[in-house]
Design a protein around this ligand. Structure first.
Ligand SMILES: [Zn+2]
Length: 316
């Protein structure tokens, strides 16, 4: 056991020599409501995931419109890849995991009829879902805290170990609403539940990082790591997607009516010569809720990024 540990330790140090994140220029972008104009980051005319030049291509948003995203790459996804990203993880993330939050925050169309649910009873003993109306459903949010990307730490863990904990936020009236449901259900326990799959969530983060990096810097600026992960061809998600230890998430006001997200970039520089510098993305969805931040390693930097050096001005 001891020997195994020391071998892991040695690898850890080797990996730390491979790449160490340096401080970065932070670019905050705020995505508010759906009504905002949409910004074209560039016309691609091939697929940014599989590389095919056989169209037709659809536009690819960086942060999904369903989370208030207002930036896209024009003609950037082939039909096959668009279906994979939609059906593979975006629908699950946006229409199942984050459905009730989107509804409460006005990020669904006016005609949307989300299935707002409250859990009644004990999970082990006859737990039931109860469909409830909007005024009887609380706004609450749970997001994962993830371990740092494995490429940074050298821990080659599976996806289970990627989860480092949970962060939760709830509006002030949550307890009162749940107590009312408990009373109506003859004293059974009522709970807010949010289905969550952090593997699919991580793939959504990867897609945001990949497309936003292309929009910011162009495809020639980096050798991409993420397309196989986005397309579900590898399970090694934790290698490139993880938590941002600088932003663990914290307390926020208990009444929030708007959503902001932030995306920023940095370069992780190797300590050893001959190793590649890595282009990294820091993403914080639900920024306005003081939610946890994430880091995604986009790929190998193929040029210098003087605009990302510490101390340079820019961003706001
Ligand atoms: Zn494609």
């Amino acid at each position: 056991m001891r020997r195994r540990e020391s071998a892991a330790q040695a690898f850890f140090h080797a990996a730390r020599c491979f790449a160490v994140a340096v401080s970065i220029r932070v670019r905050f972008r705020h995505f508010l409501r759906l009504s905002q104009g949409q910004m074209n980051l560039g016309t691609i005319n091939h697929c940014v995931y599989c590389g095919t030049r056989d169209g037709p291509f659809s536009d690819e948003h960086t942060v999904p419109v369903a989370l208030g995203g207002d930036r896209y790459l024009e003609n950037a996804a082939c039909e096959t890849c668009r279906k994979i990203t939609n059906d593979g993880f975006e629908n699950a993330c946006l229409s199942i995991m984050l459905e009730s939050q989107r509804f409460h925050l006005g990020l669904m169309g006016k005609k949307a009829r989300p299935k707002l649910k409250i859990g009644i009873g004990e999970p082990q003993a006859g737990f039931k879902w109860k469909h409830v109306s909007r005024d009887k459903h609380p706004l609450a949010l749970v997001l994962p805290r993830l371990a740092e990307p494995a490429l940074f730490t050298g821990h080659e863990y599976g996806e289970t170990a990627q989860l480092a904990g949970l962060w939760a936020w709830r509006e002030e009236n949550v307890e009162a609403i749940l107590q009312e449901h408990a009373k109506e259900s003859g004293g059974q326990k009522a709970r807010f539940f949010q289905p969550f799959n952090f593997h699919l969530f991580s793939r959504m983060l990867a897609k945001i990082a990949h497309t936003e990096a292309i929009g910011q810097f162009g495809e020639a600026s980096f050798r991409p790591y993420l397309p196989p992960l986005i397309l579900g061809k590898t399970q090694a998600v934790a290698r490139y997607v993880g938590g941002n230890p600088a932003i663990p998430g914290g307390e926020a006001e208990k009444h929030i009516e708007w959503l902001t997200n932030s995306v920023s970039f940095g370069v992780a520089k190797p300590l050893l010569t001959g190793m590649p510098a890595l282009l990294t993305t820091a993403i914080r969805l639900f920024d306005s809720f003081n939610a946890p931040g994430y880091v995604v390693i986009v790929g190998e930097a193929l040029r210098d990024f003087p605009e990302l050096e510490p101390g340079t001005s820019g961003g706001a």
